[in-house]
Design a protein around this ligand. Structure first.
Ligand SMILES: C[S@@+](CC[C@H](N)C(=O)[O-])C[C@H]1O[C@@H](n2cnc3c(N)ncnc32)[C@H](O)[C@@H]1O
Length: 221
């Protein structure tokens, strides 16, 4: 356990989770894509600028309210969003029900279920890495990310930049340091997806204690 971090047992963790869920259902706590709405257009424009006519299928892992999934469907892709948060998936289904070629799947992507994810042209894995780090440790998180890289021609990846978002197995980068995070992402993909090209796409402002999050594209050279 990292020094200085408060320890919480399984009961208090469960209670916290339920309180958060309750607050979200009552709309007292905004969903992530509401909190970071001001940079949505910039994030999507950066992704869209990397797409071309050969891209037809799209999966958004950790889709939250489904804004990227719906944007991809409007762009002409067959787009599926995946998320284990019930409130997020039901909001996404309601919000985007009239968007053609767009659907949402309720699923926790983990070391077992990642094998169910089909191969697509374009996949998003934006700001989900720290959840896997908390649930499965650094190695487990990168094993999942490696499986996702195998299942996509173009994978967009965005890690959280502050250590506080991760679990006890803190990732080896200097927090809130863009260069150090880029080196960490390059090293991670060199291990789990050797031979793939890693390019920086865009850095946008973030929320809470983080000033930014950087997005990368992992593609075939
Ligand atoms: C910080 S939000 C990011 C939302 C969106 N990807 C974005 O960047 O705007 C993280 C999302 O990942 C989802 N998530 C957490 N654990 C996950 C898992 N094991 N599999 C898939 N999604 C997960 C959360 O429920 C949440 O909606």
């Amino acid at each position: 356990m990292t020094a200085g971090r408060k320890q919480s047992g399984p009961t208090s963790k469960g209670l916290k989770r339920n309180l958060k869920k309750f607050a979200r259902v009552l709309r007292l706590k905004p969903l992530y894509q509401e909190e970071r709405a001001s940079v949505f257009k910039d994030r999507w424009a950066a992704i869209a600028s990397c797409l071309d006519g050969s891209d037809a299928s799209f999966i958004d892992i950790g889709c939250n309210m489904g804004h990227f999934t719906a944007a991809a469907a409007r762009h002409g892709l067959f787009a599926i969003g995946v998320d284990p948060m019930e409130e997020a998936i039901s909001r996404a289904r309601r919000l985007h029900r009239k968007v053609r070629g767009c659907g949402f799947v309720f699923l926790d992507v983990n070391l077992e279920t990642v094998r169910l994810i089909p191969t697509v042209d374009v996949m998003l894995c934006l700001s989900v890495h720290h959840y896997w780090n908390r649930a499965h440790g650094e190695d487990g998180a990168w094993r999942i990310i490696g499986e996702l890289a195998q299942r996509s021609r173009k994978l967009f990846f965005e890690p959280a930049s502050s250590h506080g978002r991760y679990g006890a197995d803190v990732p080896p980068f200097r927090e809130n340091d863009e260069e150090s995070i880029a080196a960490y992402v390059r090293n991670g993909f060199a291990r789990v997806a050797p031979g793939r090209k890693v390019s920086h796409v865009k850095t946008t402002s973030s929320i809470n204690t983080e000033s930014f999050r950087s997005m990368f594209l992992i593609s075939s050279p």
